[in-house]
Design a binder for this molecule. Structure first.
Ligand code: HEC
Ligand code: HEC
Length: 176
C-alpha cells in the first residue's frame, strides 16, 4: 500500500517536471518568463535559455555592466531571479533535442558567451554566404537570429522556417 502510494507520488513529480521542461520537444523551449522577456529584449530578441549551457549564462549574468560593450545591469534581485531562470532552462538542463545538441557541441572547459560562437550553431551556418549575413543591412550579424528565423521567438529554428531578408525567395541556396 505504502509502496503504491510512493509510486504515484514519484509519477506525479515526474510528470510535473516533464511539463516544466516540455519534454520531447524537437526544437528549443520558448521563453515563458515575463520578467526575462521584458528585461532582456530591449536591445535584441530575448534569446531562449536553451541556446547556451548553464556555465555560459552564469558567466554572462555575472558581468552585465560590461555586456558586449553595453551596460545591461539591473537590480540585484532581478538579476538573481533571471539567472535562476536561465540556469534551470539552459541547454544542458533541457530535454529539447536542439538544446541537447547545442550542449554536446561545446567542449566541457568552454563557456561561450555568444550563441553565434557555439560550434553546433556555427556548423549550421557555415555555408551561408557572408553577403547574406554581415553584408546584409537587414541582418548585420549572425546574432540577429530573428531576422531570418521567423519563429525564433517560439524557439523554432528549423531550416523550414528561414527567410533571409533581402534575398529573393528567402532561400540562400543558388539552386533555389
Ligand atoms: C542595453 C542593451 C542590451 C540589453 C538590455 C541586453 N543585451 Fe544582450 N547584447 C547586447 C549587445 C549590444 C550584444 C552584442 C550584439 C552583437 O554583437 O551583434 C548582446 C549580445 C547578447 C548575447 C550574445 C548573442 C550572440 O550570439 O552573439 C546574449 C546571449 C545576450 N546578449 C543575452 C542577454 C541577456 C540574457 C540579457 C538580459 C539579462 C541581455 N542580453 C540584455 C545588448 C543588450
Ligand atoms: C542570415 C540569416 C540567419 C541568421 C541571422 C541566423 N540563421 Fe540560423 N539558419 C539560417 C539558414 C539559411 C539555415 C539553414 C542552413 C542550411 O540548411 O544549411 C539556418 C539553420 C539553423 C539551424 C539548423 C536548422 C535545421 O533545421 O537543422 C539552427 C538551429 C539555427 N539556424 C539557429 C540559429 C540561431 C540560434 C541564430 C541566432 C544566434 C541563427 N540561427 C541566426 C539562417 C540564419
Amino acid at each position: 500500500m505504502k509502496r503504491a502510494w510512493l509510486g504515484l507520488a514519484v509519477g506525479m513529480a515526474l510528470s510535473g517536471a516533464a511539463m516544466a521542461e516540455g519534454r520531447g520537444g524537437s526544437e528549443v523551449a520558448a521563453v515563458n518568463n515575463k520578467q526575462y522577456l521584458s528585461e532582456c529584449s530591449a536591445c535584441h530578441m530575448a534569446y531562449p535559455p536553451g541556446l547556451l549551457p548553464a556555465r555560459s549564462w552564469q558567466k554572462l549574468m555575472g558581468n552585465l555592466s560590461n555586456h558586449f560593450g553595453d551596460d545591461a545591469s539591473m537590480a540585484a534581485a532581478t538579476q538573481q531571479a533571471l539567472t535562476e531562470y536561465l540556469l534551470a532552462n539552459a541547454a544542458d538542463n533541457s530535454d529539447y533535442r536542439r538544446s541537447r545538441r547545442i550542449a554536446r557541441s561545446i567542449p566541457a572547459d568552454a563557456a561561450p558567451l555568444r550563441i553565434s560562437e557555439v560550434p553546433y550553431i556555427q556548423g549550421k551556418h557555415d555555408e551561408i554566404p557572408a553577403r547574406y549575413i554581415g553584408g546584409n543591412p537587414q541582418v548585420r550579424s549572425l546574432s540577429n537570429c530573428a531576422a531570418c528565423h521567423v519563429d525564433a521567438a517560439q524557439g523554432n529554428f528549423s531550416e523550414h522556417g528561414v527567410r533571409i531578408p533581402g534575398v529573393r525567395g528567402g532561400g540562400w541556396d543558388d539552386d533555389d
